[in-house]
Design a protein around this ligand. Sequence first.
Ligand SMILES: Nc1ncnc2c1ncn2[C@@H]1O[C@H](COP(=O)(O)OP(=O)(O)OP(=O)(O)O)[C@@H](O)[C@H]1O
Ligand SMILES: [Mg+2]
Length: 617
Amino acid sequence: MNNSENGSKIGFISAINGSLIKIEGLENDIQIHNMIEIIEHGIHGEVIQIYKDHVIAQCFENTELLKLKDKVIDLKEPISMELAPGLLSNIFDGIQRPLEKIHSNFNNSYFLERGIKIAPLSRDKKWHFVPIKEKGDIIEEGDIVGTVQETPLIKHMIMAPPGASGNLSFIVAEGDFTIIDEIYRIKSSREEKTYNMLQKWPINTNRPYKKRIRPREPLITGLRVIDLLFPLAKGGTVAVPGGFGTGKTVIQQSLAKWSDADVIIYCGVGERGNEIADVLTQFKEITDPKSGRPLLERIVIIANTSNMPVSAREASIFSGVTIGEYYRDMGYDVAVLADSTSRWAESLREISGLLEEMPAEEGYPAYLPSKLSRFYERAGLVTTLGKSSLKNERMGSLTIIGSVSPPSGDFSEPVTATTKRFVQAFWALDAALAYSKHYPAINWLSSYSNYPDYISDWWNEKDYKWEELSDMDWNNCRILVNEILSIENELKNITQLIGKENLPEEQQLILFIGGLIRNSFLIQSAFDNIDCFTPIFKLLFHIKLIILLYYEGKELLKLGFLVEDITRLNTINDIFKISKSIPNEEYESILKFKKKMLEEIKSLKMMFGDRRERFIY
Ligand SMILES: Nc1ncnc2c1ncn2[C@@H]1O[C@H](COP(=O)(O)OP(=O)(O)OP(=O)(O)O)[C@@H](O)[C@H]1O
Ligand SMILES: [Mg+2]
């Protein structure tokens, strides 16, 4: 048997079946999940099965030009991500080929030409490195030895990789370096090793941390229905299932733009190619509200659109999560957005079909649940390896938001049902709501979140109490709103039978307030300059104004007024104005609305004194 230049044995292709190839000659040394290269085409693949006389690999590119007897070598490492400055603002495919570079260097499209070899991260670009540690310092794995301002928004911590510890025997002075220049050396009892800024990490292995902690802060999304009713925690998991066109991508993109994660990893999996191009332009154009810089400076995009090879798609969500864990390890709050995990699951099904594996439900492989759970289990709030220079402990979080596209919107299909087992929150998108232009189309009856108990202390610290509603903190507001919406739903069924006017006034009030909550508070336009993001105080003031109206309304009914007296109040128009007309930080206007509402109700009571008397006597 021949040997290649890197000392690896040379095998050869003995069968080709779609993206799968059978290779003979490598089976004795190779490990499962190792990468292979088909030498003359420069095409890469991953070993997925090993037999006594051959191995099976899936290729990450189109296999049309391959021939029997083409030579193959073992690259002797699993698919790994390159981790170093240069990830942010970049767009990669599932195996980290830099698409924008390919786009500008080659054919001016995001289609990949076969066998293109470009390093994921630039080897030439120089980064300004500022050392934090000094020669002689004791270094533990994960310690930050220096920093690089990767983009104006994010400082990149250069960390000693997992497993590296000892004495810092050398570190460069502040200056400009490429990611492959030597930066520092660590001497242990056994050896002295040299390090640059580049780390590699296999995508199927979780990056280590010290301890997992219970989530305690919300990931503020700026979407009112989520932040109040179905909140997400930093370090949490959520699925966003929804049929065709129900708004999954719009929700994912709003989160990428407005959520308060420091770093966003946006994985566009099997979606339309033009959507990814749109995402890129939008993220370039939109500025970060805090810094005024382009949002792209805190985003990494992984794109495996429907026109790219299916096998790299399978890797893409794990690639995204690996890059996410790396920024988490620096102490950042990271959100990984995967749109859509169904397209990812379909790639599993396709490959499994080619392998002629025994299919489980609807043709998906039996290992679909274990793969999905391995993806979602990588979310969490953790104390990271290493110490921070300021505090002794560094914390970082990784939140995973996965959209699911069940065919014909049926949530009992395998990908949705399996995902539900592994996530702590579920934003169920409803075709009927989307059809009636109620966006975001999150159904308030079938969605849920297990995070409120974890994060209510955080909200209580932030909350600004109103004397008229002293017991209404965030949690009580959400409990009451849920209650009103579910009673409203039951009453709606009854009104279909007996008509609204035959309900007692108290129940008619609930119908009215439920409608007000839905139409003024839950509906939110992603495309309106103000409405696209609601800060937490505006959210609390808005919902409290509605709750105050509800309580005052109940009082009025007790005094003998009718629901129609309440629906005629001018204050209702004010409530409708809040989301789109009142600038986001202008809480004063909402407080003015409250004052106006209370005055209006007071004068109503005086004007309609006769109605009250009629009721009492
Ligand atoms: N929050 C929103 N505000 C306003 N319009 C919205 C909102 N969400 C969705 N839409 C409308 O619905 C359309 C479809 O949304 P989107 O592309 O997000 O659906 P999807 O669920 O990702 O669809 P697919 O299943 O095809 O991927 C959007 O183009 C937009 O017109
Ligand atoms: Mg979509």
